[in-house]
Design a protein around this ligand. Sequence first.
Ligand SMILES: [Zn+2]
Length: 222
Amino acid sequence: METLTVEQIAERIWLSIAERRLRPGMRLKEIELAEVFGVSRARVRQVLAMLERDGLVVIESNKGAVVAKPGVEDAKDIFHIRSAVEQRVLERLTGQLDAAKLVEMFEHVAKERIANNSNNQREIIKLSGGFHVMLAEMAEAEFLCGLMRDLVSRTSLITAAFRDSNKHNCGPDEHEEILLHLKNGDLEAAKKAMADHLEHVESELKLLQDRAPPKSLRDALV
Ligand SMILES: [Zn+2]
């Protein structure tokens, strides 16, 4: 069996977080991960350091690595920034999206539809986030690409933390609508459709401020 690379292991862990099998706050024990993936602990440490840079994992000196628990305000920050970045991606796509690239994008949405119809969660998560990263790639805007990859990963973590069903609304219908506007050269309509899409995704989350826990038993009782 071929040894898994740092990137491959990081992707598997990322997917498990996005699929909500690994939940925020869960411990990621080095020794167990080394066993599961059949690699050295040194490699596991590299993977965890990579996931920490992406904000998916927090490494605590006494506890080791745990899946990050994003706060409500952090989640709102990420959606806020993401929506600005996505608008800019669409602007940068102007004049870049030729017929061949459009075909590729529509093919991607077709794959999303197949995954959706067969309810293949793993593919749905990968492809729906992939759509947004792909738009940035098509724009050939290197800086935005890096940002989008990071933001999509962080959005998956937020979805895992704040969603109470397994339904995914970052889906083919709204993606297709954005593409149709781009195909027609209507940038403003594409931007509006993107804004609505992200708002829809965010609205599915339960981003309610956690009530502060009582400071003492007296506070809880009186
Ligand atoms: Zn989407």
